[in-house]
Ligand binder design. Structure first.
Ligand SMILES: C[S@@+](CC[C@H](N)C(=O)[O-])C[C@H]1O[C@@H](n2cnc3c(N)ncnc32)[C@H](O)[C@@H]1O
Length: 267
């Protein structure tokens, strides 16, 4: 049974978050139309060679991050500020991360400012050395010696069982080929009394029109950003066997804020 999240620091931002979501939805709807046609042309070209081709299931999808690394913060940053995502990042990490932390799919290090100073050490891990190079620039600029960056694959983590007090993933489950495998790996390396902290986006269970929009544009978004934005997060969390402590949703049910204990299902 999920408890209530400590909401005090989020209340002030609540109005901003929803107003921002409306502004963002408007901007996404507008910009999305531009390259739907282009995506369809690319899709048709691929399907001439492979009739089942899809950008959503393309195994090369994760490689997109190598190409977008140097523009990622600029492009994502504006949308995230409007949507109040940084408040959610800060709340998740400030209240729930502790001790030795592993952040998988850490990308350009968008969370580095939000860890409490009390954490012992944070290992930022990502498959893309170019995304991590952006993270390293932030760490170097702000002199943060408690952070380390490691290139690695979240589907097979190179750490022993029960290594970390907190294992974090933000906006990564949309990008992995198999998010359930990643959550199981996160569980494996998390200490039994540790926490898994997630901030993710997926399909809305409450707003059909939003989910229909995400479904219609999933190919375009996967092609541009390597991200499958219409995944069913409830199903993914359940399949991974995580034990939920807190689950709240934001942005019309598309953003999930989750604190859980590792799965006790043995692999
Ligand atoms: C949408 S970005 C999110 C980045 C960051 N966590 C954030 O909150 O902004 C997804 C990240 O997952 C990484 N990624 C994708 N597949 C991966 C894998 N198998 N192992 C590790 N990282 C992966 C990508 O390189 C990318 O940096």
């Amino acid at each position: 049974m999920a408890n209530k999240v400590p909401r005090a620091p989020l209340i002030v931002g609540g109005g901003l978050v929803y107003a921002g979501a409306c502004a963002l939805a408007f901007s996404v709807f507008n910009s999305g139309n531009k390259n739907v046609k282009e995506t369809n042309q690319h899709l048709e070209a691929h399907r001439e060679k492979d009739p089942n081709f899809s950008f959503v299931s393309d195994p090369c999808r994760a490689c997109r991050f190598q190409n977008v690394a140097n523009k990622y913060d600029k492009e994502i940053g504006r949308d995230e500020s409007v949507m109040g995502i940084n408040l959610l990042r800060r709340s998740l990490l400030y209240f729930h991360s502790k001790g030795l932390v592993l952040e998988v799919g850490a990308g350009t290090g968008r969370n580095v400012d939000f860890y409490p100073s009390a954490v012992d050490r944070v290992v930022l891990m990502d498959l893309s050395d170019k995304m991590l190079a952006e993270a390293k620039k932030k760490l170097y600029k702000d002199q943060k010696p408690q952070f380390a960056c490691v290139v690695g694959d979240s589907t097979s983590l190179d750490f022993p069982d029960d290594s970390f007090d907190s294992v974090v993933d933000t906006f990564g489950l949309c990008s992995y080929d198999d998010p359930v495998v990643v959550l199981k790996e996160m569980s494996r390396v998390c200490k039994p009394d540790g926490k898994i902290l997630l901030l993710e986006h997926g399909r809305s269970k409450t707003w059909d029109s939003i989910t229909q929009y995400l479904d219609r544009n999933a190919e375009r978004h996967a092609r541009n950003w390597g991200c499958v934005w219409n995944r069913d997060l409830d199903r993914i969390l359940e399949e991974a066997g995580l034990r939920l402590e807190t689950l709240t949703t934001w942005h019309f049910g598309t953003t999930y804020y989750v604190v859980c204990k590792p799965s006790n299902i043995t692999q």
